[in-house]
Design a protein around this ligand. Structure first.
Ligand code: SAH
Length: 262
């Protein structure tokens, strides 16, 4: 009898390929995405997480995005029988997909795209998200103002999401194991009507201000706002006596709205 030949997937370092092998991570994702109907998975790899998600009866359609054509072919061979799945060979940061048509985005994503992907989701999605990301970054998203972990990404994400941290996942949950621990993070949409121009202003203001995170906030705010042509004769009272990293997201929002008619 001829032995079935299984294609050998060689993980590509430059694409941050670490494949999950832990069933509890799979079960946790399906629990967190319970009842979602239209899903997008980012970086499906060999489809480990997909298998758990498809067990949810609620799933009506799932777009599986992957940048590596060897992997997406392998993935598609496994799942071609399932009419709910559409594979998409694309860079998740530059895909033609209209995210607003979906209920949730999830994935065990390459660490290297975490920041830009979160920025994209904050601007173009704002619905539920479940991601497995580097533990330090997960903890930054949930950090309080005034802590060492608090930063620009925290402010940006918290403008539109509440952040729930779930399981910490050790390197042994992946093949090959990454050098760092990971953590499951759930982003739950907050009620808001911010438009993208405002979010972009917060993004550029925080980029400027957090480059001097330990300095007095009113001085740095004045400097950064003047750089973008905003007159700063009156600044919000709550920034006086505080350092940049002690301001919460509402204050950054107030500062970003100065000089704009939004
Ligand atoms: N989710 C899979 C694979 C995780 S590894 C699992 O848990 O087993 C990260 C995956 O993201 C890899 O398959 C890698 O090829 C893919 N990837 C890397 N950069 C990407 C990008 N910019 N857009 C989409 N996928 C990407």
């Amino acid at each position: 009898m001829q032995k079935e030949k299984k294609a050998k997937i060689r993980p590509k370092k430059k694409l941050d390929q670490h494949f999950l092998v832990s069933s509890y991570v799979g079960r946790k994702f399906s629990q967190l995405l319970y009842k979602k109907k239209k899903l997008v998975e980012i970086g499906v790899g060999t489809g480990f997480l997909t298998k758990y998600i498809l067990r949810c009866r609620s799933v009506e359609s799932l777009v599986a995005i992957e940048i590596d054509d060897d992997l997406i072919t392998e993935f598609w061979l496994q799942y071609t029988y399932d009419s709910r799945i559409s594979p998409l060979l694309s860079d998740a940061l530059n895909s033609p997909l209209r995210l607003e048509c979906f209920d949730a985005v999830y994935g065990s994503i390459p660490y290297s795209i975490t920041g830009p992907l979160l920025s994209l989701l904050v601007k173009n999605f704002r619905k539920p998200v479940v991601l497995l990301i580097q533990r330090e970054v997960a903890q930054r998203l949930a950090a309080s103002p005034g802590s060492n972990e608090y930063g620009r990404l925290t402010v940006l994400v918290r403008l539109v999401y509440n952040v729930n941290l779930h399981n910490i996942v050790p390197p042994t949950a992946f093949r090959p194991p990454p050098k760092v621990y990971s953590q499951i993070v759930e982003l739950i949409p907050r009620d808001n009507t911010l438009n993208n121009l405002v979010i972009e202003r917060v993004e550029s203001l925080t980029r400027c201000m957090f480059s001097e995170r330990r300095k007095l906030a009113y001085k740095i705010a004045r400097k950064c706002l003047e750089k973008i042509g905003v007159k700063t004769s009156t600044l919000p009272a709550e920034i006086f006596g505080k350092r940049v990293y002690e301001l919460d997201e509402k204050v950054f929002l107030k500062l970003s709205l100065m000089g704009s008619d939004k």
